[in-house]
Design a protein around this ligand. Structure first.
Ligand SMILES: Nc1ncnc2c1ncn2[C@@H]1O[C@H](COP(=O)(O)OP(=O)(O)O)[C@@H](O)[C@H]1O
Ligand SMILES: [Mg+2]
Length: 335
């Protein structure tokens, strides 16, 4: 059984302008100790889908359906009390912006200790020891001094380390990192990514790494899923996505990575056009308006998921790679 199994997750917001379907029937699973990369342009539903997993979407206005199975329970059906017990302890999340996630008026010590006070029966001395231990593990220099600091006394990279430390205090099984390096400069970004890799190796924490930059997940993730317009355009192993992409959008993302040489000689070019309006998405391929391969059928009916082999699948009628007959591969649909 997978550690986390999401089935047909759909999130709609009912707004004055109409219904926004931010997440549209996505299914995926996360295995114990694995790193899953979730990639897509801004507005593709990455944050909303993880907030749904965390039980952090206010319902209403959000309407959430499908299943989020974790340890034998559908998190969409458990009580508020139960989800609060799971959140932070079993599944924790770090957010994009370490500058606003910490309370500027409280010392790091107060904010870290509170996590342990809420979720564990540790004594003050034990809790303090645990905080310093995690800060040390995360390479925070002079942890005792930082522990007693206020957020504004720390650099952005250090604040993000503190946020990661807070999320790891209770040794969660799953850590969801929502664009944790976006607000940081490039060298600090690389350090934070190394840190996450190290946590995964050392503690076996499964990580969901969310990013708009496919380059970030290169060399980090076991599996990758590509989101577009609230849907899963493609999912597969790291190799499937980087070396055998089928969806034209995945191909477009690969072509727009500056630092990656997948195919020597390939030219760097951004994907023309802009992300779809999620309030107006009909039952057709969300990427069709921007897709160089789109034909009439793409604008008429949403393609179903086609399975390539193993966990590799995509939603497209006219994939960039020919679908060859492979031993155990099956084609789930015909165009
Ligand atoms: N509270 C809300 N009300 C209406 N629409 C929302 C709300 N929250 C998010 N959305 C919409 O959901 C879509 C997906 O957002 P999000 O998951 O934050 O994208 P990403 O994290 O991939 O950049 C966006 O179009 C956003 O405008
Ligand atoms: Mg986001």
């Amino acid at each position: 059984m997978s550690l986390l199994e999401v089935k047909d997750l759909t999130v709609e917001f009912h707004t004055d302008e109409g219904i926004v379907r931010a997440v549209d029937k996505i299914s995926f699973s996360l295995e114990e100790g694995e790193i899953l990369g979730v990639v897509g342009e801004s507005g593709s539903g990455k944050s909303v889908s993880s907030l749904a997993v965390m039980g952090l979407l206010p319902r209403p206005p959000a309407k959430v359906s499908g299943q989020i199975n974790f340890q034998g329970k559908n998190l969409l059906e458990v009580s508020g009390r139960e989800i609060r017990a799971i959140r932070g302890k079993e599944i924790s999340m770090i957010f994009q912006d370490p500058f606003t996630s910490l309370n500027p008026y409280l010392r790091i010590s107060t904010q870290m200790m509170e996590v342990l006070e809420v979720h564990s029966q540790m004594s003050k001395a034990e809790a303090r020891r645990r905080c310093i231990e995690v800060l040390t593990q995360l390479g925070v220099p002079e942890p005792e001094i930082r522990f007693n600091s206020f957020p504004h006394q720390l650099s952005g990279g250090l604040k993000q380390r503190i946020m990661i430390a807070m999320s790891l205090l209770l040794q969660p099984k799953i850590l969801i990192a929502d664009e944790p390096t976006t607000a940081l400069d490039v060298t600090i970004q690389a350090q934070i990514l190394e840190l996450l890799k190290d946590i995964n190796k050392r503690c076996g924490t499964a990580i969901i790494m969310i990013t708009h930059d496919l380059g970030v997940v290169a060399g980090l993730c076991d599996r990758v899923q590509v989101m577009y317009g609230g849907r899963l355009a493609e999912k597969g192993t790291y190799e499937d996505i980087f070396y055998r992409p089928h969806h034209p959008y995945t191909q477009g993302l690969l072509d727009s990575i500056p630092s990656l040489e997948i195919e020597p000689g390939a030219r760097l070019r951004p994907i023309p056009g802009s992300p779809p309006d999620l309030s107006a998405l009909g039952d057709f391929c969300a990427f069709a308006p921007r897709c160089p391969r789109a034909q009439d059928i793409c604008r008429q009916k949403r393609p179903l998921q086609t399975q390539v082999e193993g966990i590799h699948g995509f939603e497209c009628y006219f994939p960039v790679r020919e679908m060859k007959e492979r031993g155990h591969g099956t084609q789930g649909q015909k165009a």
